[in-house]
Design a protein around this ligand. Structure first.
Ligand code: MG
Length: 447
């Protein structure tokens, strides 16, 4: 068993990160950083190799948090929620997101106990976890310290997340990453203000309303917050007084996108938050699960390229269809739409619409994944089968799984691909066509 790196300096190591390298020719739509017209001043352009690390500042002591007898001496990130320390839940939530390379936890220099806890808890799955006891007195100091280590280790984007927000969902993180990469600049999770907002006069002990503030454009900021690493270093060095990372980036004049977060992404700040977190935790531990199935078939004809799962297959015949007729991607698209209760592929992408003529089916699947995520669903796994007498698809298995994982924005291990012949029976057996079946499971842990 490998040891988690101890005190800094931690050796730069990018081998076990998960960079999103844009492939040659035909970028997957979800990492299409295309920008049209005049770019904002600091847009990360397409063709940039993306490597996102997370930084969790956890050197603070949470003086506002007083849960009562016997617990007051603990920093809030070590408060046990449902039998697990808050920080352990937070780290687990980030490690579950394969799009994140390393996860840096920045502890106070004297916090040996915290380091031991994390090492023990993540001993079996620590490859992407880095612990650095170099935190400072202020949040900004800890973020900056972790950010610099992440940057030295190859990160060009850094996602900062509060140690005391343990219930962040994978879907919300993926939504933030997707939006920021697509737009080429930083962003944060937030929630639109729904209550009427009053500003009080300055007497804190006997507040009187001074003004009602229009709420239409007001949002409550959450974490994670995701930014290009070099811009965040510059911003935090230049503006040390800010209370969150976005504020520093705003002061630089860079754009920051607001991405809808989740009501359950609560920050443990006051003792009252414990009860709310416990309720939410129960919901998170029992996520809503849905399954969907998809089926598709296309005829084999001369003069067409054969596309299966986004991979070009070397074969003299190809599948006939309005789009590129990628039978497997169509089956998976239908499985996802079915699981989320969103209809079917023909409704969303009609085959009489000239817009979809000859389209790369990865575009259709990517739009479907967008829709799934916008409804707060996250894809748990995909199982799929292609039935084709010829050609043999086994040599393409790894390429197809890689392609599917990329399109679906999930880890490779969550994709299973099978190829079957039809024992010479039926239209597949006679080589007249190819069919595909897929099953998708999705989860929604949002209340
Ligand atoms: Mg089809």
């Amino acid at each position: 068993m490998n040891k988690i790196p101890q005190d800094p300096p931690l050796s730069p190591d990018t081998n076990d990160s998960s960079p999103l390298a844009l492939p040659e020719g035909g970028d997957p739509p979800h990492v299409d950083l295309r920008s049209e017209g005049g770019d904002p001043p600091h847009v990360v352009h397409r063709r940039t190799r993306v490597s996102i690390h997370a930084v969790i500042p956890a050197a603070g002591f949470g003086q506002r948090f007083d849960p009562g007898a016997g617990s007051a001496s603990k920093a809030k990130q070590y408060y046990e929620l449902g039998g697990e320390a808050v920080i352990v839940r937070t780290v687990s939530a980030l490690l579950a997101v394969e799009l994140l390379g390393m996860v840096w936890v920045v502890l106070a220099p004297a916090d040996q106990e915290g380091q031991s806890l994390l090492e023990q808890r993540f001993a079996a799955c620590h490859q992407r976890l880095r612990i650095a006891r170099i935190g400072g007195a202020q949040r900004r100091d800890s973020v900056l310290a972790g950010l610099k280590l992440a940057k030295e280790s190859g990160a060009n984007w850094v996602m900062v997340h509060d140690a005391a927000r343990p219930l962040i969902s994978r879907a919300a993180i993926e939504r933030l990453i997707s939006r920021c990469l697509r737009q080429g600049h930083g962003g944060i999770l937030g929630l639109p203000v729904v209550d009427t907002v009053k500003r009080a006069r300055s007497e804190p002990n006997d507040p009187l309303i001074e003004q009602t503030i229009p709420r239409e454009r007001l949002w409550l900021a959450q974490t994670p917050q995701l930014f290009p690493a070099d811009r965040l270093v510059l911003a935090l060095e230049r503006f040390p007084e800010v209370t969150d990372e976005a504020a520093a980036i705003e002061k630089l004049g860079d754009p920051v996108v607001l991405v809808k977060g989740e009501p359950g992404n609560i920050k443990l700040t006051y003792a009252d938050d414990v009860h709310e977190l416990a309720l939410r935790l129960n919901q998170t531990a029992n996520p809503l699960l849905r399954v969907g199935e998809g089926y598709d078939v296309h005829a084999l004809v001369p003069g067409r390229a054969l596309m299966i799962g986004g991979v070009r297959i070397d074969y003299p015949l190809g599948l006939l269809g309005h789009s590129d007729a990628d039978v497997l991607l169509h089956a998976i698209t239908d499985a996802l739409l079915g699981a989320a209760g969103l209809g079917d592929i023909g409704t969303h992408f009609p085959d009489h619409d000239p817009k979809w003529r000859g389209v790369d089916s990865r575009v259709l699947l990517s739009k479907t994944v967008d829709a799934i995520q916008q409804h707060a669903w996250s894809i748990q796994n995909i199982d799929c089968t292609v039935v084709a007498q010829r050609p043999k698809l086994l040599p393409y298995r790894d390429a197809i799984i890689d392609s599917l994982a990329c399109c679906l924005r999930i880890e490779r291990q969550a994709v299973n691909f099978k190829a079957k012949t039809q024992e010479l029976l039926g239209f597949e057996g006679r080589g007249e066509g190819i069919s595909a079946r897929a099953v998708a499971m999705i989860a929604n842990s949002v209340s």
